[in-house]
Design a protein around this ligand. Structure first.
Ligand code: C2E
Ligand code: MG
Ligand code: MG
Ligand code: MG
Length: 283
């Protein structure tokens, strides 16, 4: 256990520090059960074309249907999993579920590109591109139907190693997106060398973009940068019609956010899409 000393020098049990580490162990142990026992659930948030509202894809966002604690958001377990080798099994399980769902939609006549978030621990694994290739082949999904969302922080951890891994993923046709762009404290040199397809502007610049001149300036600069580099741009966290309208005026091509849709259970996505134009039908 963790000991600290009080003013008289006696060792005291530090309940706070100890509960943290045992809680952490508990979460990891339970996650093994969750992965094996189908307790993980993916919700899917629509990604739309800003101008037309057309559905262009979905992002898979994991939740944990915990038998006691209820439906847990990723913030309750992904950070712990990232510090443990379980992130590899978790990443595989999530990728598998997303590809199965993609196939289910395709079999229903709807070809819906799907994005999966990949934590650093999932990406920094030389076998990862091969496992992605095998999963795509197993489900007969073309690489171009899959986008992997990674963060700037993941890239700068070891740019040389990640370059090799990203190049192999791109060789599969998989698309690569930088999530939470603009918040990563990194140099932008990687934008010239990594085989990227998309930038997702972090929601902290988007939520109030219509009422904050400085947010608007940053979004304009990112749009300009992306245009020059030939990257697609997605605005994350669009919560109002005003923000969406400004983004359209500014030429931001794609958007996600509660204003259009919260992340939905898989079974609700086509119902949501049926009320909209431009559903990518494939029958
Ligand atoms: P992210 O990838 O940047 O996902 C966007 C998060 O913002 C999601 O939260 C989404 O529900 C939320 N969001 C979307 N639109 C809005 C909006 O208009 N307003 C606000 N306030 N929030 C919005 P969620 O699902 O709780 O996920 C949080 C983070 O957890 C994700 O951020 C991602 O970093 C991580 N995550 C989620 N699923 C996975 C996964 O399958 N694997 C890994 N490695 N990480 C995941
Ligand atoms: Mg994401
Ligand atoms: Mg994000
Ligand atoms: Mg995020």
């Amino acid at each position: 256990y963790t000991a600290k000393r009080n003013r008289s020098g006696t060792a005291m049990y530090d309940a706070e520090a100890d509960s943290h580490s045992s809680e952490q162990l508990g979460v990891i142990g339970e996650l093994h059960r969750a992965i094996a026992g189908d307790e993980l659930v993916l919700h899917y948030q629509p990604k739309v074309a800003t101008g037309t509202g057309e559905l262009v894809g979905v992002e898979a966002l994991v939740r944990w249907q915990h038998p006691v604690r209820g439906l847990l958001p990723p913030g309750e377990f992904i950070p712990q999993a990232e510090d443990d080798e379980i992130i590899v099994a978790l990443t595989d399980a999530i990728l598998e579920m997303a590809l199965v769902q993609h196939r289910t939609w395709r079999d229903a006549g709807v070809e819906l590109p799907v994005a999966v978030n990949i934590a650093a621990g999932g990406l920094y694994d030389n076998a990862f591109p091969d496992r992605v290739a095998a999963a795509l082949a197993r489900h007969e999904v073309p690489g171009a139907m899959l986008t992997l969302e990674i963060t700037e922080t993941s890239i700068i951890t070891d740019p040389a190693e990640v370059q090799t891994i990203l190049d192999r993923l791109r060789d599969l046709g998989v698309k690569l997106s930088i999530d939470d762009f603009g918040t990563g404290y990194s140099s932008m040199a990687y934008l010239q060398t990594m085989p990227l397809t998309e930038l997702k502007i972090d929601r902290r610049f988007i939520g109030s973009v219509h009422e904050s001149p400085s947010d608007e300036a940053i979004v304009r600069a990112i749009l300009e940068l992306a245009r020059a580099l030939g990257l697609k741009v997605v605005a994350e966290g669009v919560e109002s019609a005003d923000a969406l309208a400004l983004l359209e005026t500014m030429g931001c091509p794609f958007a996600q956010g509660y204003h259009m849709s919260r992340p939905l259970p898989a079974g609700d996505v086509l119902t949501w899409a049926a009320g909209r134009v431009g559903v990518p039908v494939n029958s």
